[in-house]
Design a protein around this ligand. Structure first.
Ligand code: FMN
Length: 204
């Protein structure tokens, strides 16, 4: 399956499951780009788009990431690992760029004022947590966009963030939504096991 025959959103959600063993083949780079393009369409508060991606395909670097992820083998089984992180400081640096062009220069000034008012009094960690909440939305979008194009993933938070920052040369303030090994499934994974809606939903 390629970008030419995407799954419906319902099929993508139903068939996504965590996959930890992948077919050993290089990824179609066009599909990879398309997955990231689709993920970048995720919504965020004030359109802040705090998410950033590192695509790791180099086998030696994947081996080092695996070591930082307590040896979890899916990191080297997958032909690519997408690292999804939030960089709120980078977001703030040129926040004008996130104002809709239709709003003109005034919109850009308003966007700067909004962010200064909301985050100027917060420390880096506080506003970093807000940024991470936005990046987590994109993290979900990557998984579903990948599945929609016939690929599989496993979301991961089981790693040492300091080690991953050091390996990828990322500044200390960035926060991780997670690692996402990505490829084509070489195992079936586990069927969904979820709470019933009765357990989750209150209808008013
Ligand atoms: C934020 C997050 C972190 C996770 N971290 C890991 C991890 O470090 N290693 C792993 O094998 N699975 C990890 N998982 C996968 C979960 O175990 C899995 O999503 C869950 O059991 C549901 O199964 P499913 O994804 O197949 O539906 C993580 C999932 C999420 C959403």
């Amino acid at each position: 399956m390629t970008a030419a025959s995407p799954l419906t959103m319902t099929q993508a959600i139903e068939t996504r499951r965590s996959i930890r063993q992948f077919v050993q083949e290089p990824l179609d780079q066009g599909d990879l780009r398309e997955i990231l393009r689709l993920a970048s369409l995720a919504p965020s508060a004030w359109n802040a788009q705090t998410w950033r991606f590192v695509v790791v395909q180099d086998p030696a670097l994947r081996a080092e990431l695996q070591a930082a992820a307590y040896g979890q083998t899916q990191v080297t089984s997958a032909p690519a690992v997408i690292v999804v992180y939030s960089d709120m400081e980078d977001t703030l640096r040129d926040v004008e760029a996130t104002a809709h062009p239709g709003m003109g220069e005034q919109g850009q000034q308003k966007q700067r004022a909004t962010f200064e008012q909301a985050f100027g009094g917060q420390d880096v960690a506080q506003r970093g947590a807000w940024g991470l909440a936005q990046a987590n939305i994109a993290f979900g979008f990557v998984m579903l966009a990948a599945r929609g194009l016939g690929y599989d993933t496993v979301p991961m938070l089981g790693f040492d963030p300091d080690k991953v920052r050091a390996l990828l040369n990322l500044p200390e303030h960035v926060q991780f939504a997670g690692l996402l090994p990505l490829g084509r499934r070489a195992e079936e994974g586990h069927p969904h096991h979820r709470h019933s809606l009765d357990r989750l939903v209150t209808w008013k």
